[in-house]
Design a protein around this ligand. Structure first.
Ligand SMILES: [Zn+2]
Length: 116
């Protein structure tokens, strides 16, 4: 499953960051996931559970902040919500649209009880 590899990568990076900062226990890992990233949040949550089993991150949870997609038409400058990477502008039907958001997939921060 696609999400398992990503969950393992998130766990790996979060573990490294936590150790660098001397955090003993991570309560939550906050990630930003764009609508167009192709990630299914439920699948990612499920995968994260198995990725952190018996690891430093065990018992920490994954919090997903879903970012909605937006695109801008380079012909008429309309900003709209695309249905996918290849969308027509709803106003002028132009094909040359730039994706502004929705492709995100990154770790935003780590949350731990001792405030770090
Ligand atoms: Zn347009």
């Amino acid at each position: 499953m696609h999400e398992l590899g990503i969950a393992m990568r998130i766990a790996e990076i979060a573990t490294r960051v936590a150790r660098q900062e001397g955090v003993k226990k991570v309560d939550a890992v906050l990630v930003e996931v764009g609508e167009l990233s192709g990630i299914v949040p439920e699948a990612l949550l499920f995968s994260f559970e198995s990725a952190i089993k018996n690891s430093f991150l065990e018992n920490s949870r994954l919090e997903i902040n879903l970012i909605s997609a937006s695109a801008k038409c380079s012909r008429c400058q309309t900003v709209f919500r695309p249905e996918g990477f290849f969308s027509l502008c709803p106003v002028c039907e132009g094909v040359d649209c730039e994706i502004l958001s929705g492709k995100e997939l990154f770790i935003k921060s780590l949350v731990s009880e001792n405030g770090k």
